[in-house]
Design a protein. Sequence first.
Length: 266
Amino acid sequence: MKHFSLGRAFVPVMSAIVLIYLLLPILHVIVFSFNDSGRNNILWRGFTLRNWENPCGAPQVCTAFGNSILIGVVATVAATALGTMIAIALVRYRFRARSTVSLLLFTPMATPEVVLGAGLAAQFLLAGVEKGVGTIILAHTMFCISYVVVAVKARVASLDPAIEEAGRDLYASPGQVFWRVTLPMLAPGIIGAALLSFALSFDDFIITNFNSGTATTFPKFIYVSALKGVPAQANVLASIVFVSALLLVIVVQMVNISKRKRLARV
């Protein structure tokens, strides 16, 4: 018989406790999306599917959610395109101030969001730019670029130049080498950076609050509603986002497992 070992049980038990601690708020959001809440969603009043049947039942919740999706998509596309080009330039080319540019790209990541938000708000005020969805997109693009550069830069540095040289030896033009060889190899890093950028943009509150003006995003809506209880419809939309992200991760993992099995058979 195997004897019980406290040392062996410590890691699994602590892992389970940490997972429960991390997932408990998400479970609360999902459970209270089925709450027959009425005016507030603080206390459990009974089970209902009415919130899921009409997720836009609370005032402005779908407008705020739609704004967050729009801002996240536009900021992600802009930051991913710019960040990918910057990452390739920093790894593949030598130019003056290259080290300075690399250092400055880390500045938004190391600067507190309160400082970034206040600084951007002051710049928009001095420039006479009216705050709204446009200023939020500019702000989110700015801090997302740094994360894209870091993620894609690591991917570019890991590429084997011999593969691209093989493409040129086969009489491919520089454009063909980039689109058919380089870009597919960079795709995992670019996709990962894009997903991270979207998550950061969708989730951001502090910088958004400084630069949103009258525009409302989903995090801002939840913050304003928190005093009287976040509407159950907001919990529904948050649950949909969580489940969608979870399904995406599961699909990606299944595709990777399938690819590894096919490669193992060859």
